[in-house]
Design a protein around this ligand. Structure first.
Ligand SMILES: CC(C)(COP(=O)(O)OP(=O)(O)OC[C@H]1O[C@@H](n2cnc3c(N)ncnc32)[C@H](O)[C@@H]1OP(=O)(O)O)[C@@H](O)C(=O)NCCC(=O)NCCS
Length: 229
């Protein structure tokens, strides 16, 4: 049964809890909406213009889970814990310290990514707040990697998700993605995007990612330049 709920916008940033909604004209949306600190699957009827002190009126399709104190994270539990990974000879690192960029470049090359100049990778990592990689302790080499850039508050984009071909199919891709997403959620970041080639959509979907949410399409300006990498 439909339920009407209202929330008063108290702070200029409140609308950011409801990504995209307040910038739209009156219309019905199907999305996960964050209000009252709970995740509410809602078809939201939004007033066309909002200012501080205005009330946001939401028509929920179902009773919102008021008992939930916090929004349900996309990734609730780790499929494999750090100790379990360690028992299999893998160590998770959460900073670029100790990461051999030439070895990382080799992993990129082995999966078909363009090989990049190490100095540019190093600079990119300097500007990347979330860097995770998994080391194979037998060889001391990186075998899985992912990183996320962003504004540290609202939005993040995940880049360069890669697992060395010799180590694919062991759960390392899922392990590193769960940790990247978990770390971003812990920072309060709820808009997490990535680029996915068609053949890996099925890898990302069970992790909570969907293509074209609410019909929104990504648009990219990409300056093609073979010297760019
Ligand atoms: C995509 C990639 C990161 C997956 O890493 P991985 O370690 O092989 O994946 P995992 O072993 O953790 O697999 C986790 C789950 O995803 C599934 N999966 C893995 N690759 C998949 C794919 N391409 N399509 C659909 N499902 C996939 C696995 O079957 C597994 O399912 P399960 O949990 O039901 O058992 C890895 O194949 C890779 O590096 N590919 C080349 C680089 C790339 O394409 N990166 C993505 C950039 S868009």
């Amino acid at each position: 049964m439909a339920t009407i709920r209202t929330a008063k916008l108290q702070r200029a940033t409140d609308h950011e809890k409801i990504p995209g909604f307040l910038r739209r004209r009156e219309r019905t949306l199907h999305a996960t909406m964050l209000a009252h600190g709970a995740a509410i699957p809602a078809a939201a009827l939004i007033r066309p213009k909002f200012r501080l002190g205005h009330r946001l009126t939401v028509r929920c399709q179902a009773e919102p889970p008021l008992s939930a104190a916090r929004p349900a994270p996309l990734v609730q539990n780790l499929t494999i814990s750090d100790p379990d990974l360690a028992s299999r000879g893998f160590v998770v690192h959460r900073s670029p310290a100790g990461l051999d960029l030439d070895e990382l470049n080799s992993v990129f090359a082995r999966v078909g990514f363009p090989r990049r100049r190490p100095d540019k990778i190093a600079k990119a990592l300097e500007h990347t707040p979330t860097v995770l990689w998994i080391e194979d302790t037998r060889s001391s080499k990186p075998v899985a990697f992912a990183r996320a850039t962003g504004d540290g508050v609202f939005n993040a984009i995940i880049w360069d998700v890669v697992v060395d071909p010799s180590f694919q199919g062991l759960g390392l891709g899922k392990a590193i993605m769960e940790r990247v997403v978990g770390d971003l959620l812990e920072m309060g970041i709820v808009n997490i995007a990535l680029y996915a080639e068609p053949q890996v959509l099925g890898f990302y979907r069970p992790l909570g990612f969907c293509a074209d949410p609410d019909g929104i399409r990504g648009m990219v300006y990409s300056a093609k330049n073979k010297n760019k990498q």
